[in-house]
Unconditional design. Structure first.
Length: 152
Protein backbone atom coordinates (compact mmCIF):
# COMPACT_ATOMS: atom_id res chain seq x y z
CA UNK A 1 0.00 0.00 0.00
CA UNK A 2 1.24 3.45 -0.87
CA UNK A 3 1.60 6.05 1.86
CA UNK A 4 0.26 8.84 -0.38
CA UNK A 5 -3.21 9.72 0.92
CA UNK A 6 -5.94 9.60 -1.73
CA UNK A 7 -7.59 12.78 -0.37
CA UNK A 8 -6.32 16.19 0.79
CA UNK A 9 -5.38 16.56 4.46
CA UNK A 10 -8.18 19.08 5.08
CA UNK A 11 -10.92 16.84 3.63
CA UNK A 12 -13.37 15.46 6.20
CA UNK A 13 -13.82 11.83 5.24
CA UNK A 14 -17.50 10.79 5.26
CA UNK A 15 -18.34 8.35 8.05
CA UNK A 16 -21.42 6.86 6.38
CA UNK A 17 -23.51 6.46 3.30
CA UNK A 18 -27.20 5.82 3.81
CA UNK A 19 -29.38 4.15 1.20
CA UNK A 20 -32.74 2.39 1.52
CA UNK A 21 -31.20 -1.05 0.90
CA UNK A 22 -27.96 -0.67 2.91
CA UNK A 23 -25.73 1.64 4.87
CA UNK A 24 -21.97 2.05 4.86
CA UNK A 25 -19.76 2.75 7.84
CA UNK A 26 -16.01 2.35 8.37
CA UNK A 27 -15.03 -1.31 8.73
CA UNK A 28 -13.81 -2.09 12.23
CA UNK A 29 -13.17 -4.78 14.81
CA UNK A 30 -16.82 -4.80 15.86
CA UNK A 31 -17.71 -6.28 12.45
CA UNK A 32 -15.37 -9.28 12.73
CA UNK A 33 -17.86 -12.12 13.17
CA UNK A 34 -20.40 -10.80 10.69
CA UNK A 35 -17.71 -9.81 8.15
CA UNK A 36 -16.07 -13.22 8.32
CA UNK A 37 -19.42 -14.97 7.88
CA UNK A 38 -20.33 -12.67 4.97
CA UNK A 39 -17.29 -13.20 2.80
CA UNK A 40 -16.66 -16.86 3.64
CA UNK A 41 -20.22 -17.67 2.57
CA UNK A 42 -19.62 -15.98 -0.78
CA UNK A 43 -16.05 -16.70 -1.91
CA UNK A 44 -16.92 -17.86 -5.45
CA UNK A 45 -19.42 -15.03 -5.88
CA UNK A 46 -16.92 -12.38 -4.76
CA UNK A 47 -14.17 -13.79 -6.97
CA UNK A 48 -16.55 -13.46 -9.94
CA UNK A 49 -17.43 -9.85 -9.07
CA UNK A 50 -15.96 -7.08 -11.26
CA UNK A 51 -12.82 -5.79 -9.59
CA UNK A 52 -12.02 -9.14 -7.93
CA UNK A 53 -11.76 -11.39 -10.99
CA UNK A 54 -8.24 -12.84 -11.18
CA UNK A 55 -7.26 -11.63 -7.72
CA UNK A 56 -6.30 -13.84 -4.80
CA UNK A 57 -8.91 -12.40 -2.45
CA UNK A 58 -10.90 -13.74 -0.85
CA UNK A 59 -8.70 -16.70 0.03
CA UNK A 60 -10.31 -19.97 -0.99
CA UNK A 61 -9.17 -21.58 2.26
CA UNK A 62 -10.78 -18.79 4.31
CA UNK A 63 -9.27 -17.32 7.46
CA UNK A 64 -9.55 -17.89 11.15
CA UNK A 65 -11.46 -15.31 13.18
CA UNK A 66 -8.12 -14.08 14.52
CA UNK A 67 -6.69 -13.62 11.01
CA UNK A 68 -9.81 -11.78 9.90
CA UNK A 69 -9.62 -9.54 12.98
CA UNK A 70 -6.00 -8.67 12.13
CA UNK A 71 -7.15 -7.80 8.59
CA UNK A 72 -9.92 -5.57 9.95
CA UNK A 73 -7.45 -3.84 12.25
CA UNK A 74 -5.24 -3.14 9.23
CA UNK A 75 -8.16 -1.60 7.35
CA UNK A 76 -9.05 0.52 10.40
CA UNK A 77 -5.44 1.71 10.71
CA UNK A 78 -5.40 2.66 7.02
CA UNK A 79 -8.63 4.61 7.54
CA UNK A 80 -7.25 6.41 10.60
CA UNK A 81 -4.01 7.20 8.73
CA UNK A 82 -5.96 8.27 5.61
CA UNK A 83 -4.02 5.76 3.52
CA UNK A 84 -7.19 4.02 2.31
CA UNK A 85 -10.85 3.78 3.25
CA UNK A 86 -12.72 0.53 3.74
CA UNK A 87 -16.41 0.57 4.51
CA UNK A 88 -18.58 -2.30 5.57
CA UNK A 89 -21.95 -2.59 3.85
CA UNK A 90 -24.63 -3.27 6.44
CA UNK A 91 -28.24 -4.36 6.24
CA UNK A 92 -30.14 -1.30 7.52
CA UNK A 93 -32.65 -3.42 9.44
CA UNK A 94 -30.39 -5.71 11.43
CA UNK A 95 -26.88 -4.32 11.03
CA UNK A 96 -25.60 -7.58 9.52
CA UNK A 97 -22.59 -7.30 7.15
CA UNK A 98 -23.71 -7.84 3.57
CA UNK A 99 -20.65 -6.52 1.73
CA UNK A 100 -17.67 -4.22 1.63
CA UNK A 101 -16.37 -1.16 -0.27
CA UNK A 102 -12.65 -0.39 -0.62
CA UNK A 103 -11.15 2.95 -1.72
CA UNK A 104 -7.37 3.10 -2.07
CA UNK A 105 -4.89 5.06 -4.16
CA UNK A 106 -3.54 3.25 -7.19
CA UNK A 107 -0.12 1.75 -6.45
CA UNK A 108 1.45 3.25 -9.59
CA UNK A 109 -0.46 6.54 -9.71
CA UNK A 110 -1.63 7.65 -6.26
CA UNK A 111 -3.71 10.47 -7.80
CA UNK A 112 -6.12 7.77 -9.04
CA UNK A 113 -8.61 6.26 -6.57
CA UNK A 114 -9.23 2.55 -7.06
CA UNK A 115 -12.59 1.40 -5.75
CA UNK A 116 -13.93 -2.12 -5.47
CA UNK A 117 -16.98 -3.58 -3.78
CA UNK A 118 -18.68 -6.88 -3.15
CA UNK A 119 -21.92 -8.13 -1.67
CA UNK A 120 -22.80 -11.55 -0.30
CA UNK A 121 -24.05 -14.09 -2.81
CA UNK A 122 -27.47 -14.17 -1.15
CA UNK A 123 -27.70 -10.37 -1.62
CA UNK A 124 -26.37 -10.30 -5.20
CA UNK A 125 -29.28 -8.12 -6.31
CA UNK A 126 -27.65 -5.26 -4.34
CA UNK A 127 -24.43 -5.26 -6.37
CA UNK A 128 -25.62 -2.78 -9.01
CA UNK A 129 -27.49 -0.49 -6.56
CA UNK A 130 -24.39 -0.40 -4.34
CA UNK A 131 -22.21 0.44 -7.34
CA UNK A 132 -24.53 3.27 -8.42
CA UNK A 133 -24.85 4.68 -4.88
CA UNK A 134 -21.09 4.60 -4.29
CA UNK A 135 -20.34 6.19 -7.70
CA UNK A 136 -22.76 9.04 -6.95
CA UNK A 137 -21.41 9.45 -3.38
CA UNK A 138 -17.82 9.62 -4.61
CA UNK A 139 -18.77 12.14 -7.30
CA UNK A 140 -20.81 14.34 -4.97
CA UNK A 141 -18.89 14.15 -1.67
CA UNK A 142 -15.28 13.18 -2.37
CA UNK A 143 -12.53 15.38 -3.93
CA UNK A 144 -11.24 12.71 -6.30
CA UNK A 145 -9.82 13.57 -9.71
CA UNK A 146 -10.03 10.08 -11.20
CA UNK A 147 -11.85 6.98 -9.95
CA UNK A 148 -11.43 3.46 -11.27
CA UNK A 149 -14.37 1.31 -10.30
CA UNK A 150 -15.33 -1.69 -12.42
CA UNK A 151 -18.84 -1.09 -13.76
CA UNK A 152 -21.84 -3.28 -13.12
Amino acid sequence: MTTHPPVPADFTVPRELLAPEFRLEPLGEQHNDSDLAAWTSSIEHIRATPGFVGRNWPPVAGMTAEQNLADLRGHAADFANRAGFTYTVLDPAGGEVIGCVYLHPDREDPSVAVVSSWVRADRAELDAPLYRAVRAWLSERWPLDEVRYASR
